[in-house]
Each structure stands twice: as structure tokens, then as C-alpha cells.
Design a binder for this molecule. Sequence first.
Ligand code: PLP
Length: 408
Amino acid sequence: MLAQRTVLFKSSDTAAARTAAKVAATSGKEIIDLTAGEIWSDTAPSVRAGAIAAIDRNINRYTDTVGLMELRHALARKISAETAQPWSADEIAVTSGAKQALFNAAMVLLNPGDEVLIPAPYWTTFPAQIVLAGGKPIYIETRLNNFVPKVTDLAAAVTSKTKAVVVNTPNNPTGAVYDRDTLAGIAQLAIDRNVWIVFDECYGAFIHATCTHHPIVSIAPRARDRTLIVSSFSKSLALTGWRMGYLAGPHAVINAVKALQSHTTSNPNIIAQHALLHHLECGDRAFQARLQRHVANARELGLSILSALTWVPQPIAQGGFYFYLDLGELQRRAKVNGHELNADDVVTAFLMDAGVATVSGTAFGDPAGIRLSYGIELELLDKGLRRLIATLNELTFCLAKTPLSEEG
Ligand code: PLP
């Protein structure tokens, strides 16, 4: 008999979408996989060199629970530069990816029944971890505000049980980047209502259009003592498999995280820590710049192809590397014609008819959206999106061709 808590979680839907793509590919059909939450890339030379040097030096022991002190110092310098505020090593915990940083945060902040506000659509792991820690996710709809939460909506949802708000910008899955006023408003709300801010900026290295990424503590320094910054190198350096992330926040939180981590993973992988330390110390910016150019080129190519969509608006794609298709209008028109159209069915049609794997918005609490990753090779992206457009436009034609008289 398994523990009752196992009913609280299931395997991540994004992982399930990746598996479906792999299964479809075993039939011999060419599948273009747009499900990945990672960028197709080699490893940064400085990261490779740091890892190889650590192995050659026979480094193989446990490290401090929350990471090598030199690495925490290097991260403190990085965060100080990004936030224009001084940070010290004892305010930072190195974790096995941002996922562990978020899990730690949920475990050390939440009491049973505590509520956490999550703007929706949301990255699927946020609510899963909150529930595991005994908390209760409270969703705040963002679709009607270009996928940015309205501070008034957040304020209306705050109760005496509210413990934290999750702020994920640039956002997965929507690609929205929160503006300065919204962040200032959220910070003020958190101060006024005594709420923690969990600020996930994992996609902060990828900002497009005319947007700027603002760390919330630089806009609202007064909120710093109630903010936990979560980030990682999974996206910014295309290092998903190396599991290098961090949590930065008040000393007391880091101490609690240290105790928790000492009973879970002991410490993040030592070779990965040395690799990252070498990368940060040698100040190699060329690799990340190349990655950013690749993502920017992919975005431009993708948006030009997606401009051929009918009744699906151009994705906002302000940051990160996801296009989020909003099927809301298409669903409305399908309904007028007596059809139900949900994102899962469209994702199945993409996979079966177009050979393109995508992630349904239901994985993100949104049955009207579809996430496409553009972190892949340009050639594949080009082919995949063209196939996908053909399928979607055909579907549109069949299900949602609304007579002109009804469009009025
Ligand atoms: N936060 C967000 C918003 C993510 O999308 C992801 C991964 O997709 C993570 C955190 C976790 O990243 P990591 O690979 O560093 O654990």
C-alpha cells in the first residue's frame, strides 16, 4: 500500500508530452518535438573545461550542503550585479536545479492549509509542490490581461491564510514578461498583506521585443526581506541535465533550506558545482550571448510563420523560448457551429496528423492554450511550424467556419 500523499501528485504533464512524442516516433514517422523545456545546444566550453579539470583533480567528495562557499560567493556577485544591491554568500543556497529551490521554498514556508497565489496559466510544478508541502494553490486568471496578473485580482484573492505569491517572469508557459508597475504593485501588496514573494526568474536571460526583465527586489528593495529569488542555469546556459540552480533570500530561510537539504540530497553534484564556478570565474559571456542570438532568431522565424494562423492571435513571446497559442477565439467559433474544441484534441491532431509534438494548456491549468518550444534547430522549427499551421488552419476550416452573418 502506498502512502496517501501519493494521490496528491502525478508525473508532470510536460514530461508526459515528451514521452508521447517519443512513443509516436517509434512508429517510424518523423516527429518534430516542440515540447522541450530546454534549448538545443552544445555545452558551454567554460563549463566543460571546469568539469574536466575537477575530474582530473580527483574531486569526488561531499560539499557544504548548500554548495561550495566559492560558488556561493560567485553567485552573490552575480545576483548583486543583477539586482544592483549587495548580496552575501550566506543569503544563497545552491540547489539541484531551480526545481529543488522551489521545493525547498514550499517546504520551509508553508504550514498545512496555507494559501499560495499562482497566476494562471502556470508552470505545472508550482501547484504540485505547494500541495505536497500541505499548502493550497489559489489560481489567478491572467488571459484577459495579456497573461500578466492584475494586482487588483491578486489583492482580491488574499485572505488571512495567504502565505505567498508566485511570480514567474518571463513566464512559462505564456512567454509574458511582467512590467515594472505590476511588479511594484505585487511587491507593495506583499508588504501590506504580509505575504512572501517567490520570484522565479529562470527565463530571465531571454528577453525579446522591447521588454525589460526587472528583478522584483530592485524595483522594491523594501520587499527584499520577504522575497525568495529562484533561478538556475538550466535555461540560461542550456544546462538542464547538470541540475544547477539556486535560491537567494533572507538568512533564516537559507538556514532552514540548508537543514532540509542536508536530509534530502546532501549537496548538489560537486562536478557540476566546479564547472559552474569555473564558468562564473572566467567571465565567459560569449556562449550565453550565442544562445540568446539563437533563441532570438528562432523567435523571429517562428513568429513570421505563425502570422499565417487564422483566428489564433500572434503569441506574445516577450521572453523565454515558448510560443503560447491562445485558442480562445477558435473555441468560441467552434462552439457557435456546435463543436467542442479543447486543447488536448488539437495537440493530438498536431501529433497524429502533422507529426509535431506540443504541450496542451491543460498541463498549465488552461484548456484553451498550447505551448510550443522554439529552443530547437531552426530547420526543424521551420518545418514543424509550417506543418502545424496547415493542420490548425484545416481544423479551423472544418470546425469554426462561422457564416458571415454570425460574425457581425
Ligand atoms: N521554473 C520554471 C518556470 C521552469 O519552467 C522550470 C523548468 O522548466 C524550472 C523552474 C526548473 O528548472 P530546473 O531545470 O533548473 O530545475
